[in-house]
Design a protein around this ligand. Structure first.
Ligand code: C2O
Length: 345
């Protein structure tokens, strides 16, 4: 199989892109792309400690201050440093607004609404987590996850209400103790907390179990390089709770409920990373429920590759096939109950 059959970005093609229909944005890296040197991804040493991601609402003061310190340092780095918080946020903007063209055409590359949704965000979080850990010299550091599929985790976790994890551009009427509506589109459900919780659990059952029996329903449609290969078929979880919670968190005063409500701005909110940590966890949970070890065996998916900076400022090329086994990536999710698993409506 040749390189032209797999998806990859043309690193020299970064250009302005549309953040919204009425807004051009420029999220590209400041480095000269002609000079970029990259290495191929290598798994962390198997002897490395396992990073265990835990539910954000259950973390203690020690963890919160450690994570806060890492984020503060990340926010203090200059834009020229690819590890800086603003560069991390813009990396998401680049891949999510089509700022890169595909390697062998001038068609833009966009990792949403198709089968790159889960693996691309897993890669992004993996490098983000390694960078945070290295900024505080802690190689056990793990991102938290926003456990919105469990009743106790259905509000914005308190730690995200304080500096430096809080964020201005959010909907104030959705601050804790407001229970999130994981099926939110644009208007309030009007449900009381208990009813909302029940509705969310039923929705979870649908998105992970009954509505996601076929791989493509969960992973999204096949998206191949070149003309005619584009598709627009997000998986169940990408649509909700993923998109819906992005919208629910963002500010109602902004046209697309930025920052969380729009792709170009979403990763500026620290809550983005906890949200995506739970999305990534849902991928594992889905595999366990449906017994899918290799979700997709198409070489066009497995061989597709993207680039990320690691904690040593080294540009790394990483393939989808590199991110299918969490233990090889040396992280895990703390096991928590799945209260929706028996919520067949
Ligand atoms: Cu790339 Cu939650 O979006």
């Amino acid at each position: 199989d040749s390189d032209e059959d797999v998806m990859s970005p043309n690193l020299t093609s970064c250009h302005q892109s549309y953040g919204r229909d009425d807004l051009l944005v420029y999220c590209c890296p400041p480095e000269n792309p002609q000079n970029l040197k990259f290495i191929d991804f290598k798994f962390p040493e198997p002897s490395k400690p396992l990073r265990v991601r835990k539910p954000a609402h259950l973390l203690d003061e020690d963890y919160i201050s450690k994570y806060s310190r890492a984020v503060s340092i990340m926010k203090s780095l200059p834009y020229s440093d690819p590890r800086s918080f603003s560069r991390q946020a813009n990396l998401h903007c680049i891949f999510c607004t089509g700022a890169y063209d595909q390697k062998y055409s001038n068609i833009s590359l966009n990792i949403h609404r198709a089968w790159f949704f889960f693996p691309w965000h897993r890669m992004f979080l993996h490098f983000h987590e390694r960078i945070l850990g290295s900024l505080i010299g802690d190689d056990t550091f793990a991102l938290p996850f926003w456990n919105w599929d469990s009743p106790e985790g259905m509000t914005i976790p308190e730690m995200y209400m304080n500096e430096p994890l809080n964020h201005k551009e959010r909907d104030g009427s959705h601050f804790p103790p407001k229970v999130a509506d994981i099926d939110f589109v644009d208007k309030e459900s009007g449900l009381g907390p208990q009813e909302q919780i029940e509705k969310n659990l039923a929705m979870m059952y649908n998105q992970l179990v009954s509505g996601a029996k076929k791989t493509e329903l969960f992973m999204g449609c096949s998206y191949y390089p070149g003309e005619g290969g584009t598709c627009d078929g997000p998986g169940t979880v990408e649509l909700a709770p993923h998109n819906t919670l992005h919208t629910w968190v963002g500010s109602s005063f902004n046209p697309q409920r930025e920052d969380m409500g729009a792709f170009y701005s979403a990763a500026r909110d620290p809550l983005f990373y906890a949200h995506h940590s739970n999305i990534d966890r849902m991928w594992e949970v889905w595999r366990e429920i449906h017994g899918k070890n290799l979700p997709i065996s198409d070489p066009a998916w497995l061989g597709s590759y993207f680039y990320f900076y690691d904690e040593n400022l080294q540009l790394v090329r990483i393939k989808v096939s590199d991110v299918l086994d969490l233990s090889k990536l040396r992280y895990a999710y703390e096991k928590v109950n799945l209260p929706w698993l028996n919520k067949r409506p």
